[in-house]
Write a protein that binds this ligand. Structure first.
Ligand SMILES: Cc1cc2nc3c(=O)[nH]c(=O)nc-3n(C[C@H](O)[C@H](O)[C@H](O)COP(=O)(O)OP(=O)(O)OC[C@H]3O[C@@H](n4cnc5c(N)ncnc54)[C@H](O)[C@@H]3O)c2cc1C
Length: 687
């Protein structure tokens, strides 16, 4: 499908026209993917042996793609900056992975998963992509079970499910609180089989620093060996970026410390459009910030909202007494508590989508009801669930007249069985026992829905350059539902890319090896080396972390949970000034020819300093509230939705795809108009 797009640049008043082709197949929604697979070109097995593919990233998106492509017969090179592919950030995923298996018989279907995802994303995602995701979701579970992933099982032997926010069914498969780690072990084992066969060459402790284009096509990368500092050239017929999300632009986030935007940003500078950079997910259930010394925030999985009830004191004086340590939460009676999600959203209660829950927590705290020392925390309370499970257990164990202590003990054991590792983590960090006193939680940056723009085939605007997993702008619109990132990463890697990339590579069967001794590789390598030299030559006094923290504060204060025109304009100017200062005054110790983590960080922060400005510019352009992007100027003023975020479908029903033109303020906006033919656009209500 070809869209005519208006190019505008709201901050610099540039206007232009262009086209953006999302290549959505024709035909009925439910048939598109099957029809597409039947019609695209294939590469025969003998020819696959002559084709090379680079996969940057070995998280769930990258390792699933690499293992599948190698199994198909392509020669694959994988890159990651960790010491092992299995240390990718994906191992942090706790809660689970969605699939429309309907094991519970609770009315689930591929259509319902599709519908929930489009609605959850506040109608800012592509229908065709999301439907495909829902269709293949069931295959993912089968694939992972075959690999030996130990999903939790019910008494009867079927895989167990739990619920995540924004849905009315239980479709989340899980392996205790370690789902990402178990899934990655499965994908990594599949990768290892191919490494053993010589079909995957795995480059660990390597950082991709540029994409090399030859005749407009991605034909390789420049990477730095992080141990020796050596700059290397690697060629291929196609390059896949599965390099994860960029939440660390905020400095503090639940992402792994190393998560960064460099691979995507380098591709952006080489012509890949960056889509919806301002769409960030701020997760409602994280351990609150405790001080300036912190460099990392910790997630308490959304799965906890299956059993935890969120509340703040009803009276401000009680909240103050709690903050001052004069009152304990357990001393507050039921009548004095405000279970505000259950009150405001009776249909979904504590399981409203993340953006809704996060904003509600912020509103409570801003209004003076926060419960920790800084006033930026609400409670997540398991007392009711412990009692409920305890009573149920007493019944099934045939214990008549159980004492309160017996009920508590049995109920706590059930909770421990479900969430034990999360409770342990909480206690270690906060030094409070969450079985006995409610957890304190507050929203934190967690996931980025924005990323490289891709068409239906997952190809970016650079031919032969693909993006998968969190690195692409993906299927989640303006807000991702819980447990759907793992689903998307694995759908992309196991079931979508292996088909669509074949269509592209079928034109390359006679191309032969891509040489690296060409002017394009010379130039790209020179650019990378010059940049490293520039970073190392600074004689300034400020550390890389100083710049990262300062950027993070601007992002959180001015582009965080709620945004307005003035703050966003200020942020754009402040980030530009900070970036200028960085290049004059940053101090990178050590040398470039050895392991130098400050140099690694400096390169990543330099890219964050560009992305941050584009982020604010994108948020400024989008003068509507949608999903995780809340504009203070766009709020429902009347009616049953009063006070809720106000979407503007008339003016903003598009994907923003930004083209690099030098400084971020020069970036050009391309709009992919979103077309809804199968879902009626509605006000997103969870009441
Ligand atoms: C604490 C936490 C819990 C979560 N829980 C869940 C959950 O329960 N369910 C769910 O669906 N989602 C969850 N998510 C989200 C989900 O984990 C991620 O979105 C997903 O794992 C991202 O996978 P990925 O493969 O796209 O990227 P990642 O796993 O981030 O992998 C990125 C890879 O790219 C490599 N890389 C990056 N840049 C470069 C470079 N320049 N050169 C070379 N290599 C590079 C890295 O080395 C790494 O191998 C959670 C996220 C967090 C932070």
């Amino acid at each position: 499908m070809l869209y005519t797009c208006i190019l505008t640049n709201s901050h610099t008043k540039n206007f232009a026209m262009s086209t953006l082709d999302s290549k959505i197949p024709s035909g009925p929604l439910a048939d598109k993917w099957t029809k597409h697979k039947n019609e695209i070109d294939l590469v025969n097995p003998a020819n696959k042996r002559n084709i090379d593919v680079i996969v940057v990233g070995t998280g769930l998106a990258g390792s699933s793609a690499a293992a599948t492509l190698a199994e198909l017969g392509y020669n694959v090179k994988t890159f990651c900056y960790q010491d092992s592919p299995r240390r990718a950030h994906s191992i942090a995923a706790q809660g689970g992975i969605n699939a429309a298996k309907n094991y519970q018989g609770d009315g689930d279907s591929a259509y319902r998963l599709f519908y929930d995802t489009v609605k959850g994303g506040d109608y800012r995602s592509r229908e065709a992509n999301v439907h495909r995701l829902a269709e293949v979701s069931t295959n993912i579970i089968d694939q992972c079970v075959a690999q030996g992933v130990p999903f939790a099982r019910e008494y009867g032997g079927l895989l167990d499910n739990r619920s995540f926010g924004g849905v009315l069914v239980s479709r989340t498969f899980y392996a205790k609180g370690q789902t990402g780690q178990q899934l990655l072990l499965g994908a990594y084992s599949a990768m290892n089989r191919q490494i053993n066969r010589g079909k995957i060459h795995s480059f660990n402790r390597h950082e991709m620093l540029d994409v090399v284009k030859v005749d407009g096509k991605a034909r390789g990368i420049i990477a730095r060996n992080l141990i020796t500092g050596e700059i290397e050239r690697h060629s291929a017929h196609a390059v896949v970026l599965a390099s994860g999300g960029y939440g660390n632009v905020f400095f503090l986030s639940t992402n792994a410390m190393g998560s960064n935007v460099t691979a995507s940003w380098r591709a952006h500078r080489r012509g890949a459009y960056f889509a919806n950079p301002c769409y960030t997910q701020i997760h409602p259930t994280c351990i609150p910030v405790s001080g300036d010394h912190q460099s990392k925030l910790t997630l308490m999985s959304e799965s906890l909202r299956n059993d935890g009830r969120i509340w703040v004191p009803k009276k401000k004086e009680d909240a103050l007494a709690i903050r001052e340590g004069r009152l304990k939460p357990t001393q507050l009676s039921e009548e004095d508590r405000d279970y505000y999600l259950e009150r405001r959203y009776p249909a979904f209660g504590n399981l409203v989508p993340r953006d809704v829950a996060s904003r509600a927590a912020k509103e409570c705290c801003d209004a003076g009801f926060g419960v920790n020392k800084t006033g930026e925390a609400v409670y997540l309370d398991f007392a009711t669930a412990i009692k409920r499970y305890g009573k149920e257990k007493a019944l099934t164990e045939k214990i008549s007249n159980p004492t309160d202590a017996q009920i508590y003990k049995m109920g706590a054991a059930v909770i421990e069985n479900k969430y034990g590792n999360l409770f342990q983590m909480y206690e270690k960090i906060v030094d409070q026992n969450p079985y006995k006193t409610p957890m304190m939680i507050y929203p934190a940056v967690h996931y980025t829905m924005g990323g490289l723009w891709v068409d239906y085939n997952l190809q970016t605007t650079v031919e032969g350059l693909y993006a998968t997993g969190e690195a692409n702008f993906s299927d989640h619109g303006a807000n991702r539902l819980g447990a759907s990132a793992l689903m998307q990463g694995l759908a992309d890697g196991y079931f979508v890319l292996p088909y669509t990339i074949g269509d592209y590579l079928s034109k390359d069967i006679r191309t032969g090896k891509i040489p690296t001794d060409t002017k394009e590789f010379d130039q790209a390598e020179k650019d990378v080396k010059d940049r490293i030299d520039k970073l190392m030559s600074g004689s300034g006094e400020r550390s890389v972390d100083y710049y990262h923290k300062t950027l993070g504060k601007i992002m959180w204060n001015k582009c965080g949970m709620s945004r307005n025109e003035k703050d966003l304009k200020d942020a754009i100017d402040e980030i530009a000034a900070l970036r200028e200062d960085f290049w004059k005054n940053v101090n990178v110790p050590g040398t470039k020819d050895t392991l130098n983590q400050e140099l690694e960080k400096a390169g990543r922060v330099a890219d964050f300093l560009e992305l941050g400005e584009l982020f604010a510019k994108d948020a400024l352009d989008r003068n509507e509230s949608c999903g995780g992007h809340f504009r203070e100027e766009s709020v429902e003023l009347d009616g049953p939705q009063k006070g809720e975020a106000l979407r503007d479908d008339k003016n903003f029903k598009y994907v923003s795809a930004w083209e690099y033109k030098g400084a971020p303020k020069e970036a050009l906006l391309h709009k992919e108009e979103l077309i809804f033919e199968n879902i009626e656009l509605k006000t997103r209500s969870y009441k």
